[in-house]
Design a protein around this ligand. Structure first.
Ligand code: UD1
Length: 430
């Protein structure tokens, strides 16, 4: 069976929606559990497909993983395998985050190259260079990253770009290295802070979380901990854009609005009334048609590349013309081809897109190419005349817990439909 969503156009989203733990945090926190023998408990886990996939990766190196509701318990044995190569590795990008902890703990790792979203080239050179600076060898052999060291020592590491994954892998190796490591031009994402908080709870000594310079004093061993995952700012922002696009009124809880300062400012410029509730949530009220605003994606605290599809979708229904610049993942503009099927007036030139807002989008069959593009197409479908079919929705399931229930709670109608694979939309087009 193949599945798609039928998205009924014309909804105005109104109400409250709760957001749980961040996908891009929990997967790294699960990997961090490899650093300490014993049982680590992670709370506020989102119930998304990527969590069991990551659990499979951890099992492949010898951990026991139990997930019950929003709690994951990971029991790491004294003897771990250094070889992480399972079918799950090919399905999610974050699986590469076991590299740093395995090198830190075992001084050896063989980790299959990760899969994940098709959003552009995703090399691992900065991960590998960082590990080399710490004293490990690192090479790609037979589809795996192979890294090995006699001992790890502290080092000064400058990243060419504040890569989230490289910062995380280097951090998770450096916490068990001898001496002091300084990572400069480190990523500053809230999920990096969450990881540093958990590592420090486990006995690591990391300073500078949330700044571009992380200083790590290596320790001999770490111990398990209990940790509560931060709320998913990307999911929270999805609902903020949904409110703005559908001229709705949505209150989002479970997310720190300061993780979305720039996003909420953009929506304010687009005409929304924004109210924030300390570090607990926010409300987006959009009365009337949004006005066009420009967006430029950059590492945090810049506008997240993960939100670029929503920026395009909002611009497609706004009054005026927007320029959207993608600086992180070049292939993310593939999403625009699908938006054009829905009647968007958009064109790209290199890493810029120009989107002229139209009065109405019009339903069509469209295909999700990654998690956020999939969610963006659903939001666009809510603003299109007719019923939009969104295909390849397994992407959306990887990142959004309770997506359809949340949409329905806000007054939208989106149905999951099982279809005979011989009769998928678009078959008639040759
Ligand atoms: C993470 C997020 C992803 C988000 C991205 C940027 C997870 C699981 N995924 O991905 O949702 O879109 O951050 O915010 O957390 N690069 C190199 N060499 C490297 C590493 C990265 O050239 O060794 C480049 C990448 O090609 C990309 C840029 O650096 O252009 C950013 O990548 P990075 O921050 O590492 O993203 P991920 O950690 O893969």
């Amino acid at each position: 069976m193949s599945e798609h969503f039928d998205v009924y156009g014309g909804a105005r989203l109104v109400g409250e929606v709760g957001v749980v733990g961040a996908k891009n945090s929990v997967l790294k926190l699960m990997a961090a559990a490899l650093l300490a023998e014993g049982t680590t408990t992670i709370r506020n886990c989102p119930q998304i497909l990527d969590v069991p996939l990551m659990a499979d990766v951890l099992r492949s190196v010898g951990c026991e993983v139990d997930t019950e509701g929003d709690v994951a318990r990971i029991t790491t044995p004294a003897e771990l395998s250094h070889h992480a190569d399972t079918a799950a590795m090919g399905k999610l990008r974050a699986s590469v985050c076991v590299l740093g902890p395995l090198v830190g703990r075992l001084k050896k790792a063989v980790v299959a190259l990760p899969g994940g979203d098709a959003i552009g080239s995703r090399p691992l050179d900065m991960h590998q260079n960082g590990l080399r600076k710490l004293g490990a060898t690192s090479a790609i052999e037979h589809g795996c990253v192979v890294a090995e060291a006699d001992r790890l020592h502290g080092a000064q590491i400058w990243l060419d770009f504040p890569s989230v994954g490289a910062t995380e892998n280097i951090l998770m190796a450096a916490v068990l290295a001898e001496g002091t490591t300084v990572i400069d031009n480190a990523a500053r994402e809230p999920e990096i802070i969450d990881l540093c908080v958990m590592l420090n709870e486990m006995g690591a000594h990391i300073e500078g979380a949330g700044t571009s310079t992380l200083t790590v004093e290596g320790v001999e061993t770490l111990h398990p901990t209990e940790h509560h995952v931060i709320g998913d700012r990307i999911v929270g922002a999805t609902w903020a854009f949904a409110a703005a696009m559908t001229q709705g009124d949505v209150t989002v809880t479970g997310v720190n609005p300061h993780h979305l300062d720039l996003v909420l400012e953009k929506l304010r410029l687009a005409g929304a009334e924004i109210t924030t509730f300390d570090d607990k949530g926010f409300r987006v009220e959009m009365l009337g048609r949004p006005r066009s605003v420009d967006f430029v994606t950059l590492p945090y605290p810049g506008f997240a590349t993960d939100l670029q599809p929503f920026a395009v979708a909002l611009s497609a229904v706004s009054e005026g013309t927007s320029m959207i610049t993608e600086n992180v993942y070049e292939a993310r503009f593939r999403f625009i081809e699908e938006m054009i099927r829905l009647g968007a007036d958009a064109r790209t030139d290199g890493h810029h897109a120009v989107v002229r807002g139209v009065d109405k989008l019009s339903s069509a069959p469209v295909w999700a190419s990654d998690i956020r593009a999939g969610a963006g197409l659903v939001l666009a479908g809510l603003c299109a005349e007719g019923v939009t079919q969104v295909w390849d929705v397994f992407h959306i399931d990887r990142g959004y817990p309770d997506f359809l229930a949340n949409l329905s709670g806000l007054g939208a109608r989106v149905d999951r439909v099982d279809t005979d694979p011989d009769r998928v939309a678009g078959d008639e087009a040759v």
